[in-house]
Design a protein around this ligand. Sequence first.
Ligand code: GRF
Length: 191
Amino acid sequence: MEKLIGHKKIKTAVFISGRGSNLKNLIKFSKTKKSPIVIDLIISNKKALGLKYANRYKIQKKIISFKRNRIAEKKILIILNKRNIKFICLAGFMKILTKNFIEKFKGKIINIHPSYLPQYKGLNTSVRALRNNEKFSGCTVHHVSAKLDSGKIILQKKIKITKNETEVSLDRKIIKEEHKLYPKAILKIFN
Ligand code: GRF
């Protein structure tokens, strides 16, 4: 990844579909001096709860329906180019981006996933881990490639599954670690 030139922060878009706790966390991180990124735009495929942070922190937001993926991505690319956005963080974004889109932002899209990849790609990671009596789960920040949850790993953290662990308790532990891991991974990429 290219080094920072001077003190200019890299214009970044965050893509969400849900409650946006990682988004909020990234916004807070982006306002620190050490952050290499500035969040310039929030994109959601629907009226997601997390969009409230766009209003709270006065960040541009766009809702783009993904009924037709190609059209949605075309629209997004136009907006990203217009705003000179150079980096994309997926944070609970529930749509799969096409190879074509990923190619256009090659090496510049990262994602956070609630498992210790390559274990438990896809959805419902905690339920599946508990069902299989796993000893640990985790979270992973990785580059986005055309294959789901399979891009190069940037950072990951193991999280112990304790006796009597429930989906709720495990998810709570994971999200807490995600909030530490995502900024760390961004620092790792740009430093
Ligand atoms: C997180 O667990 C993330 O790993 C996954 O979706 C969830 C998003 O949570 N990709 P939030 O919307 O950031 O609170």
